[in-house]
Write a protein that binds this ligand. Structure first.
Ligand code: FPP
Length: 263
């Protein structure tokens, strides 16, 4: 039995199809961001090499992408490789860099069929050429698709993103395109790598860790957080839909008051 944190009680009696219908009765989160954690521990529990956990984790990405697109989520951002992940052993980094290639080799036709658009955030210019090529081709092929945006955070770090945004803004100020007074929250948001996406409504993190690990720190300011101790390769449609239902029961106040509370 897996434990979800923060009072997220799941109704285990519901089937996947019933969960989907429940979710679609109410507003589905527009943008869901996921920290896919626990691949290494999943492998270790089975006395397998860590990369076996990453490979299994790739299958979970496929399952969750299908499910998100079926319930009408507009954007799904998955944290696939952080700016800190370069510190891992070379073999593991090489494997992680190969995964987007394998994922797209095996899944792109289905993504096209499902009208999914592939995008990335993070500095992809330093990724190996085969990784860049697979991503560029997928982005080009799917660029006119109007369904779910499947957004891979690859070589992504929120602080790095903020530094880049600050530099871009300072350049524009120096060139007289912007004044310092014009630099406000909207201006900063517009200079982030996620400028074209709505802010995440829901963040999911697997594996029992309860932290943000340099992921979308600006964008998550008002996001609802959902944690589970399931390891990413074990994560599934039922848990994903439970997270969405839990989100739908929450009272988002953005620092203000709602309805009856104002009377
Ligand atoms: C963290 O688990 C996970 C990662 C650093 C990699 C995430 C990658 C995937 C889930 C594969 C899917 C990728 C694509 C491109 C489809 P960890 O290895 O840190 O787990 P641990 O904390 O148990 O060691």
């Amino acid at each position: 039995m897996f434990k979800n944190f923060l009072g997220n009680k799941a109704n285990t009696a519901l089937t996947i199809e019933q969960r989907k219908s429940e979710c679609m009765r109410e507003a589905v989160p527009s943008h869901i961001a996921i920290i896919m954690d626990g691949n290494g521990r999943w492998a270790k529990k089975r006395a397998l090499p860590r990369v076996a956990g990453h490979r299994e984790g790739m299958k979970t990405v496929k399952k969750i992408t299908r499910c998100a697109s079926e319930i009408g989520v507009k954007a799904l951002t998955v944290y696939a490789f952080s700016t800190e992940n370069w510190k891992r052993p070379k073999d593991e980094v090489d494997f992680l860099m190969r995964l987007p290639v394998d994922f797209l080799d095996t899944f792109l036709p289905e993504l096209i069929e499902r009208n999914v658009r592939v995008e990335t955030i993070g500095d992809s210019s330093v990724l190996p050429l085969h990784t860049q090529k697979a991503l560029t081709e997928a982005m080009e092929t799917t660029k006119h698709n109007t369904g779910l945006v499947l957004n891979f955070a690859l070589n992504y770090g929120s602080r790095d993103e903020m530094v880049k945004a600050m530099k871009a803004i300072m350049m524009r100020v120096a060139e007289g395109e912007l004044t310092a007074e014009q630099v406000d929250e909207d201006c900063i948001t517009a200079h982030l790598m996620t400028a074209h996406l709505p802010e995440p409504d829901l963040l999911i993190r697997t594996s029992g860790e309860v932290r943000l690990s340099n992921f979308m720190l600006w964008q998550l300011a008002y996001t609802e957080l959902w944690f589970t101790d399931m390891l990413w390769p074990d994560f599934n449609e039922a848990a994903f839909l439970d997270a969405v239902m839990s989100y739908q029961k929450r009272n988002r106040r953005y620092g203000g008051l709602k309805g009856e509370e104002t009377k």
